[in-house]
Design a protein. Structure first.
Ligand SMILES: Nc1ncnc2c1ncn2[C@@H]1O[C@H](COP(=O)(O)OP(=O)(O)OP(=O)(O)O)[C@@H](O)[C@H]1O
Length: 236
């Protein structure tokens, strides 16, 4: 079943078409990679799914129903950098957010384990690495036990070890039954963790399917670049 179904989605800023007729479908239980160069429209698309941007035209179906604010209670998200308080530790962050969402504090302990922050749970966030901050941001998004988790470029700025850890965490999330949608401008960073990918270039879906289907002569990156180049420079 499609948990997220996007049809003919447009978002225009004046004459600029950030989204120009996006079509995509995310299936329940999969890790879906939204890949595209800088300026392709990935963040705009995610913000529109989350109700943070109003579409110019098109439809978004969520959990088999037309998009509605109340359905977003089942969506966890991390867009751009997580908003954290440097002087508080991970536990304090999770307790505050648990209270705000009416979630039992015991869930805070569970998500700490899930993102593997237990060892540094009492350390102030000011002392966290970027990877730890991302993981705490994801833990906050997980508090409400969402069916769909939307993560915008969570490997941005991470070193190779951080990227590997993030891939592991994403797979773990999917194994617990959640559906994960994740974006990146680098196929190499998240491609292999995804069950299927959508390639967005200049606000349009240029490919959707299994990662292997992107390959040209067995090479995924060449296939990706070919799609980007065929759509014009794709970089804006
Ligand atoms: N609020 C806005 N007003 C005007 N133009 C915008 C606005 N937000 C985004 N854009 C433009 O829309 C296009 C898509 O931007 P978006 O941030 O969605 O791309 P992206 O794929 O997430 O890029 P990146 O990988 O660099 O984060 C870009 O050309 C951007 O400049």
């Amino acid at each position: 079943m499609a948990i997220l179904e996007i049809t003919g989605l447009h978002k225009h800023y004046g004459t600029h078409r950030a989204l120009d007729g996006v079509e995509l479908s995310v299936r329940e239980g999969e890790v879906y990679g939204l890949i595209g160069p800088n300026g392709a429209g990935k963040t705009t698309l995610m913000k529109t799914i989350l109700g943070l941007q109003r579409p110019t035209a098109g439809t978004i179906g969520l959990f088999g129903q037309p998009h509605h604010r109340r359905l977003l209670a089942d969506v966890g998200a991390l867009i751009e950098t997580p908003g954290l308080w440097p002087q508080l530790d991970a536990v304090a962050h999770l307790r505050v957010h648990a209270k705000l969402r009416g979630v039992p504090v015991s869930v805070a302990e569970e998500v700490l384990d899930q993102v593997r922050l237990r060892d540094v749970r009492s350390r102030r966030v000011a002392q966290y690495s970027l990877g730890m901050r991302w993981r705490l941001g994801i833990a906050i998004a997980l508090l409400a036990r969402p069916r769909l988790i939307v993560l915008d470029e969570p490997t941005n700025g991470l070193d190779p070890v951080g990227i590997r850890d993030m891939r592991g965490l994403i797979r773990t999330l999917a194994e617990t039954g959640a559906t994960v949608m994740i974006s990146s401008h680098q196929l190499s960073e998240i491609g292999h963790v995804c069950d299927r990918v959508g390639v967005l270039v200049a606000g349009q879906t240029r490919y959707e399917g299994e990662l292997a289907g992107l390959a040209v002569d067995g090479d995924l990156e060449s296939g990706f670049f070919r799609i980007v180049e065929a759509a014009g420079s794709g970089v804006r």
